[in-house]
Design a protein around this ligand. Structure first.
Ligand code: KG4
Ligand code: ZN
Length: 345
């Protein structure tokens, strides 16, 4: 079964054709990073307009790269939740128009589900085994999910404030490193000393996360290091930091964030001893330091190029939804849900 997956929930316009949930026939991603690097973050209205400009060429390329025409496509899958309202609208409206035009069944897929199913997109690897624990770590979410089987999700831990990717992005801003913060922090950290600055772990004892305190702790530590009061504008701190100090802060922050994630995973494993696989999902799972630190857990990671937003994971997740008996949606009444949870999608 060949599924066309369409993803536009944030700032990547993406489409892909995937066969049977594992075999990627094409995967086209147009990122808006260059636009938003200038602003240091995503501007929702600009993101939606950029999706509109490129979505049809992206879909055309996904079909031609896969050597497919519309007759070869069995279904269309699109992200309908969660994400930026305008961005989700462009993807879903495009998908539903194409579904009507080409008479294809249309499926809507939750974004975090797609990130998890990026771990099935490697036909050379054994698929993860159930029950499994999934650590979803992206720019908008930080959740520990328990999956007893395909398409079954229980949230057993979630962030009470910022997502871990958001924290990487905000700390990068304090340090004057370019957007998106994750890749630039991990690059700077390569030349830094991770033991230089001691940063606190949040006092959340259950499986929930809290990352906003860590961001503030970095801010205060930087202010202390350069000897300015806490009222000093955070966007001017970077001018007072040496390159080595920036690298040391990046490394110390990255180590603390990764330690927090792995500690929670250990607690989740102790609570769910029947777990047979651990999978990582979402943009932050591209982090090489995390991958090295998690190697003793025999965890499954997506291919680094599939950690971030893409259409292949949407098509992959859709395949397993169909296998689990999910029915197509009516293209005339398809809706978007910018904030809905994976348990209710
Ligand atoms: O999954 P994703 O592409 O989009 C959302 O669904 O949010 O995740 C984007 C997030 C950003 O916060 C970005 O800084 C982070 O993933 N990220 C990383 C790395 N690459 C991307 N964080 C840490 N290390 C990385 N190498
Ligand atoms: Zn994402």
């Amino acid at each position: 079964m060949k599924i066309l997956g369409i993803e536009t929930s944030c700032d990547e316009t993406a489409a892909a054709v995937v066969e049977d949930g594992t075999k990627i026939l094409s995967n086209v991603v147009v990122s808006q990073i260059d636009i938003f690097a200038e602003y240091g973050g995503v501007i929702p209205e600009v993101a939606a307009r950029s999706h509109l400009e490129v979505i049809l060429p992206v879909i055309d390329k996904a079909l031609s790269d896969a050597n497919c025409n519309w007759g070869d496509i069995d279904a269309i899958a699109v992200t309908h939740a969660p994400g930026l309202l305008g961005s989700l609208l462009i993807g879903t409206l495009t998908a539903r128009t194409l579904a009507i035009l080409h008479d294809k069944p249309l499926y809507t897929v939750h974004h975090l589900k797609s990130h998890v199913y990026a771990n099935w997109l490697n036909p050379k690897m054994n698929p993860p085994e159930f029950p499994l624990l999934a650590l979803v770590i992206s720019g908008g979410h930080t959740q520990v999910l328990y999956m007893p089987g395909h398409n079954q999700f229980e949230i057993i831990g979630t962030t009470r404030d910022d997502a871990v990717g958001e924290c990487f992005d905000k700390v990068a801003k304090i340090l004057g490193l370019p957007y998106p913060g994750g890749p630039s922090i991990s690059k700077a950290a390569l030349s830094g000393d991770a033991t230089k600055y001691r940063l606190p772990h949040p006092k959340v004892t259950d499986l929930d996360f809290s990352f906003s305190g860590l961001k503030t702790a970095v801010l205060r530590a930087v202010q202390k290091e350069v000897d300015v009061p806490i009222s000093y504008p955070s966007h001017q701190l970077k001018e007072l930091l040496s390159e080595q100090q920036i690298n040391d802060f990046a490394a110390s922050f990255q180590k603390t964030a990764v330690d927090i994630l792995l500690e929670k995973l250990q607690i989740a494993l102790a609570e769910r001893p029947e777990t047979r696989s651990i999978v990582f999902a979402g943009g932050v799972s591209a982090n090489q330091f995390l991958r090295r630190r998690a190697s003793s857990l025999s965890a499954v990671f997506p291919e680094p190029t599939l950690s971030g937003d893409n259409g292949a994971m949407v098509a992959g997740a859709c395949f397993y939804e169909i296998e689990s008996g999910v029915q197509p949606v009516d293209p005339y009444s398809v809706n978007i849900y910018p904030r809905t949870s994976i348990e209710t999608a």
